[in-house]
Design a protein around this ligand. Sequence first.
Ligand SMILES: [Mg+2]
Length: 411
Amino acid sequence: MDRIAPEKRNTCALVVDDEALMRELLTAALEGVGVACVKATAGGASALAILDATDPAEPAVDLVVCDLSMPDMDGVEFLRHLADRRLDVAVVLVSGRDPRILRSAESLGRAHGLRILGSLEKPVTRRALRELLEAPSSGAGPARAPRPAGAPLEPAELRAALANGELSAHFQPKVDVRTRAVVGVEALARWFHPVRRFVPPDQFIALAEEHGLVDQVTEVILGKALRAGATWSATGTELSVAVNISMDSVARLDLPDVVASAARSTGFALGNVMLEVTESRLVRDLTTALDVLTRLRLKGVGLSIDDFGTGYSSLEQLERMPFVELKIDRAFVNGATKDASKRAILESALSLAQKLDLTTVAEGVETEEDWRLLGELGCDLAQGYWIGKPMAAEAVQGWIDAWRSIETARP
Ligand SMILES: [Mg+2]
């Protein structure tokens, strides 16, 4: 998990707030917790200009502390521009407004793929700031990595990675909440670059989408995932294997054939394939999506709505799409016992899924309390660090054996 260690001398923070007094207070608080370099500016536009500057003599900003209500560009707009730049910066949001606004801005930032460390209500105390900077960043997800070295990622590097076999699949278990049985795994794309080392998936998937390489990435991961599934199945471990599909690939009419041929060539049962499509992108090009998704279902492939709660799907859209599973975003699962709004969203997503006769999966189960709550609320499946982290294909069987031994050891 990420953290910004306060002793980290090369941390450079940028404070964005229209009130001069707040800029001074935040600067003092950041310096007080050991941030070596603090820049401050009054608005979103000037902040973006600072972030865009490429003077090698200036230290690069790796932490942005941003007020949500600013006259020139509001915080939400600023987050969107920040996300577009795909910089490796951590973000802390600050507001004097309703904490609910802060929370929705946080979720929005995360939905944009930003690394949001959390938010602070005004007046900001040094202690609250320190706690936030030192805590493992809760919503950043397991797939984050330290800042990659050097220049921005180039499409040519991804093309080379595809040609050189640098992409691999890791697998995170999905288990039955009631029986604890391991029912499947989600394949997660990993890229170990020879120089940059670990490249976060959201960075290279976005690059792939932008440069028309996403189908190739999907095919590589699909092939590796189904091959692993066939290997487990050959030793008597039947698992459903889920692969994340970009909405760009769903817009491709031959996707059902690509999936069917991957299953054929690896010997994995099509009926055990699950494709996960992110909810926030479902709404584009409904007709083609409906065509492709329906044909996938006709072939026996399962379809899952991923990251549910971060998008804007209407009940009507969900009902029209042939999904069999709904995955509730981690933002509404981890910590739901301590947060009434999260819990309310979790409960309503579960009841919506049950009404539509969908299997429910909770993502981001990180504590025993999260797990217990899912049992109480009747969620079907769960996935998250508390159960198992993403792992190499070879480690899956050993993990299953260990999980089963814990199960039998419990009273
Ligand atoms: Mg997924």
